[in-house]
Design a protein around this ligand. Sequence first.
Ligand SMILES: [Zn+2]
Length: 237
Amino acid sequence: MIQRERSDGGISNLMIDAGKFFYESAIQWFPKFNAQTIDGLVITHAHADAVGGLDDLRDWTNNAQATLPIYLRQVDLDAVESLFFYLVDRNKQSGGGGVAKLDFTVIDHKSFEVDGLEFVPLPVEHGEGREALGYRFGPVSYISDTSNIPDSTADLIRGSELLILDALRPARTHGTHFTLEQAVEKARELGICKTLLTDATHDIDHYSVNAELAALKDSEHLDIQYAYDGQCIDIQF
Ligand SMILES: [Zn+2]
């Protein structure tokens, strides 16, 4: 979640992906960060761990706020429609239940604005021949799912102060995700000072791997660590 203070003192909350279980995450984390609105939701791709939580947003638009703007590619909207037809086509409601008021906007590779913040899509490979999007917003680049970052996208990432990057696990390569080693190499290649690794499996021991990664700070001035749930980073936009 990206939290920004508006000029009127209010707080803007933008989310990237709805997670697999939005409800549980919202119950756990929204009160801790005083998140009372979702002012925009940006989708990276339509895998279950990115859009599975969309159904929970039905309740959000029935109880917490009137509507919710969601930004995604046409291919992802098509996938969401096949998973949750009632979220996309409200005419298919059967009556009785709460009808979602999700406001979908189809995006492509062009930058777009959500609640005053510009998002630059970062097209990456997520498995051979399959594209997912990361996003750059201000000095942050966010790529949760990738197995290859094309040169044209690398150019968009360069100069970021913070890179949040897919690093599934150490050693064993995976068809659709970076390994830890591949993620570290990419951060090095892009010259990013601070990188937080995400999308980790249970194959890593968080503390011991982070202790090993900490050595890179002394040897190469690379600050690379696995992120943790609830982590909060201050950014100047
Ligand atoms: Zn995925």
